[in-house]
Design a protein around this ligand. Structure first.
Ligand code: 13P
Length: 288
């Protein structure tokens, strides 16, 4: 069944586990993420980035996920990731997404609040949850401390924009890390004291286990994984082709190999985040 973010994140924050938001780019990635969730009895967030919409149309994603999720007994959130345009949010809601992220993180605080409020006004009446980002999570490389989230601003942001979840910048980056990843856990702790909604960390691929565990204990309930899924899929295809030499290989054989490997990595994260076996908690919340 499809649910919104609050139904899976509120029990997670309360009981100190986290949900993985796994990015999808095609049928095989959707299938792999849902298969992992089903095998582990884990609620799951399927995340589609706004920048992938040009090759994976939003109506197609919604139709595929809705069809596949209706036969599963785990809660599934269909979430639009990093939308910078309100138009994408409108399209996602119309297509049947249950959750959206509005990313105004490049804007100054007042403009980010104003944009986020407009997204909430579109989504909330339709029962769609909203995540926003405050501070900036950069793409590939090293985190920039002057872009980290300010705890007082986080409080003001959540009070004024009234979002369901807040993505924060405390040292993660999207894509591969340059050097050893470091998180400002003291800042996370201060933000968690100011803000009661579940917190979100983007850029979880490559983050060491001990930092993930600490972040979950301090209030992070949603962890976004993209790069690692792609790496696993591509590595599986490379390995398969290398073993085949010059033999003719069918495209579907490659896809099956990639899917198998992606199911494995998603299951690894679900077990580590503590969401496996947590289906019931989400259904209990969904009834309120
Ligand atoms: P990674 O690619 O670093 O896993 O980040 C994913 C993400 O944050 C998607 O929003």
């Amino acid at each position: 069944m499809l649910v919104d973010l609050t139904q899976v994140l509120l029990p997670a924050r309360r009981h100190h586990y986290a949900l993985g938001a796994f990015n999808v780019y095609n049928l095989e990635t959707v299938d792999a993420v849902l298969a992992a969730a089903s095998e582990l009895d884990s609620p799951v967030i399927i995340a589609l980035g706004e920048r992938y919409l040009k090759h994976f149309p939003i109506q197609a994603v919604a139709a595929i996920v809705k069809t596949m999720a209706q036969d599963l007994c785990v809660p599934v959130v269909l979430h639009l990731d990093h939308a910078q345009k309100l138009e994408s949010i409108e399209q996602a809601i119309k297509a049947g997404f249950t959750s959206v992220m509005i990313d105004g993180s490049k804007l100054i605080l007042s403009e980010n609040i104003a944009l986020t409020k407009r997204a909430v006004a579109l989504a909330r009446p339709r029962g769609v949850s909203v995540e926003a980002e405050l501070g900036r999570i950069v793409r590939t490389g090293a985190a920039e401390a002057d872009l980290f989230t300010d705890p007082q601003e986080a409080r003001q942001f959540v009070e004024e924009a009234d979002v369901d979840a807040l993505a924060i910048a405390i040292g993660t980056v999207h894509g591969l890390y340059k050097g050893e990843p470091m998180l400002d856990l003291a800042r996370l702790s201060q933000i968690a004291e100011q803000v009661s909604v579940p917190l979100v960390l983007h850029g979880v691929s490559g983050l060491p286990d001990h930092l993930i565990k600490s972040a979950i204990q301090l209030g992070v309930a949603k962890l976004n994984v993209n790069t690692e899924i792609s790496i696993q899929g591509v590595d599986a295809i490379r390995g398969f082709l290398a073993n085949r030499g010059n033999e003719n290989t069918r495209l579907e054989e490659l896809m099956i190999e990639a899917r198998h490997s992606m199911v494995g990595v998603v299951k690894k994260y679900m077990e580590f985040f503590g969401s496996s076996g947590k289906r019931q908690g989400s259904f209990a919340m969904a009834r309120h």
